[in-house]
Design a protein around this ligand. Structure first.
Ligand code: UTP
Length: 295
């Protein structure tokens, strides 16, 4: 069955980024001049996703405003003859007809995905996490779709991380099939480096068969009392094969202060309009700091 829908869970508290996330969703933090969530929406549009379903919460209204029409702003830009900006603003609000589903209580990522069930129905669907940016992300979704089309089963994007960092991620125990494709045997949440079955960590991009909903409904609260998506995938593995797709693209986790800063710097160094000035600035401060710090 054709994959038409993407679920973007954006309802989390963002506690790792408090107090910044007290009144502002982390998904709206700017990567220079574009909010994180726009990168993820653009990735879906470029991969020809037809429906974008945001799983949102009462403290996430700025996301809805961002994808809505702002007639006052458009009028202002028109009057000032700022045509480039006007075009950009118009495009964002007319790209998609978003669907918003409320997660009334933040009971975890698995619960957020389950909240979208009435809108997704009996169809395969994409899940893209609202705080993970993937370089050239649409190509990742397209590759995952072709694996889904071949096997008709769920596909999870993974990437290689240094062995000593596996404890920060969900990690797969998988058998290599062909090229970037693996068959998953098991998943382990935040393993210690000496016990990890591999260094292939889950990225935050998934394609699921609708059977995941059946599993999410019976998933017991796990770590932190939350309904974990990885626990539901483990249950899914009892019934269905699940595949992993190893991405070579850069993965940016904007959900932590250090991950966010790294994302901004890396993306700034790729932007034609600012990269030279940014590079000089970085070189300069590194020189200054290395005189004070023993590096
Ligand atoms: P995270 O675990 O990174 O987000 O979930 P969080 O819970 O907001 O962050 P911390 O741990 O408190 O700092 C990944 C994505 O899933 C969404 C988040 O908004 C984020 O985009 N999420 C998480 C939900 O939609 N609902 C939840 O109950 C939990």
């Amino acid at each position: 069955m054709h994959v038409r829908k993407a679920v973007l869970p954006v309802a989390g508290w963002g506690t790792r980024f408090l107090p910044a996330t007290k009144a502002m969703p982390k998904e709206m933090f700017p990567i220079i001049d574009k909010p994180v969530i726009q990168f993820i929406v653009e990735e879906c549009i470029d991969a020809n996703v037809e429906n974008i379903i945001f799983v949102t919460g009462r403290h996430k209204r700025p996301i809805e405003h961002h994808f809505d029409i702002n007639t006052d702003l458009e009028k202002h830009l028109e009057e000032c003859n700022k045509t480039g900006l006007l075009e950009n603003i118009r495009q964002i609000s007319r790209w998609i007809n978003p669907i918003y589903v409320r997660q009334k209580e933040q009971l975890g990522l698995g619960h957020a995905v389950l909240t979208a069930e009435p809108v997704v129905g009996e169809e395969p669907f994409i899940v893209s996490l609202g705080d993970i940016v993937v370089e050239d992300g649409s190509s990742v979704i397209e590759e995952m779709l072709s694996i889904y089309n071949k096997y008709g089963r769920s596909v999870i994007a993974v990437f290689e991380v240094p062995q000593e960092e596996v404890g920060k991620y969900g990690v797969v125990d998988a058998v290599h099939l062909d090229g970037p494709v693996y068959s998953i045997k098991d998943l382990v949440e935040k393993p210690s480096p000496d016990k990890a079955p591999s260094n292939l960590a889950i990225v935050g991009r998934y394609i699921f068969t609708p059977r995941i909903f059946e599993k999410l409904r019976v998933t017991k609260p796990g770590k932190g009392g939350e309904i974990q998506l990885t626990d539901a995938i483990k249950l899914l593995l009892e019934d269905e094969q699940v595949y992993a797709y190893k991405v070579e693209n850069k993965v940016y986790d904007t959900g932590t202060p250090i991950g966010y800063i790294k994302t901004i710097i890396d993306i700034a160094l790729q932007r034609e309009d600012i990269k030279d000035e940014m590079f000089e600035f970085l070189q300069d401060i590194i020189n200054k700091h290395s005189q004070c710090i023993d590096i």
